[in-house]
Write a protein that binds this ligand. Structure first.
Ligand SMILES: [Zn+2]
Length: 240
């Protein structure tokens, strides 16, 4: 197996992470976020839904619980800018409205890298849920739209949001990673703590393993692929 190249984030000032649900960042990716924020990079999370269909309780109640737990998870890894769009959980669709809403945030945040999750139907861990597929592809499409003055011209005309060209698209959970983010033990610990913050949600899932029992092992596996102790594998696309 070839060794993954370590991802060099030294030129990055801001990173935007676009995912479907609360907790999607907390199965490994938040360890890289811990590393980046410790290195002085501003990281913004954009969640497309509140994950309100993910628990037995009524969605109106769950929406608030999950927002609060995501906020606490963000604090564990140094993220202070949490944005949640209110698209409906479980029935997220590819749409121009969604693409425009993500492009708007890209133009506001002006990140050098946008991180999302794999959009493949079959992911390394099994079948990939529809919302995740839509979120990943929509993020990529929004990166293109954010850089083009003539796509969603109303973002300039009505909101004064000039085009912004992102330098990297980073995909976590991809079956063919190209790079890896080198992590320290403290990043691994923060990642465990960030998933633990989804306490009410995890308690509602029967048989979910304790975060400390599997998150370090996932990141150790990434480390093995990169020749270091701990790492998060990513498929990284440099953009022209
Ligand atoms: Zn999810």
């Amino acid at each position: 197996m070839s060794t993954l190249k370590l991802f060099d984030s030294s030129a990055l000032e801001r990173i935007l992470c676009v995912v479907a649900h609360p907790d999607d960042m907390e199965y490994g990716a938040s360890a890289a976020v811990s590393r980046w924020t410790q290195d002085g990079i501003e990281v913004t999370y954009l969640l497309l839904t509140h994950g309100e269909a993910g628990m037995p309780q009524h969605p109106d109640e769950v929406r608030e619980v999950r927002r609060a737990e995501q906020g606490a998870a963000c604090q564990q890894v140094g993220v202070t800018d949490l944005r949640i769009l209110d698209y409906p959980d479980g029935v997220l669709e590819m749409s121009l409205d969604l693409r425009r809403d993500i492009a708007r945030v890209i133009r506001e945040v002006r990140p050098q890298a946008v991180l999302s999750t794999t959009w493949e139907a079959v992911a390394p861990w099994g079948l990939n849920q529809a919302d995740h597929r839509v979120a990943g592809l929509s993020a990529v499409d929004a990166v293109a739209a954010a850089g083009n003055r003539w796509i969603f011209p109303e973002l300039v005309d009505d909101e004064g949001l000039e085009p912004w060209s992102t330098s990297w698209v980073l995909v976590s959970g991809d079956a063919s990673p190209t790079h890896a983010v080198h992590l320290r033990q403290t990043d691994v610990d923060s990642a465990v703590a960030s998933l633990e913050e989804h306490e009410t949600y995890l308690a509602a899932l029967s048989g979910h393993p304790v975060p400390a029992d599997f998150i370090p092992e996932i990141l150790r596996g990434g480390g093995e692929a990169a020749g270091v102790e701990f790492a998060l594998p990513l498929r990284a696309f440099p953009l022209g």
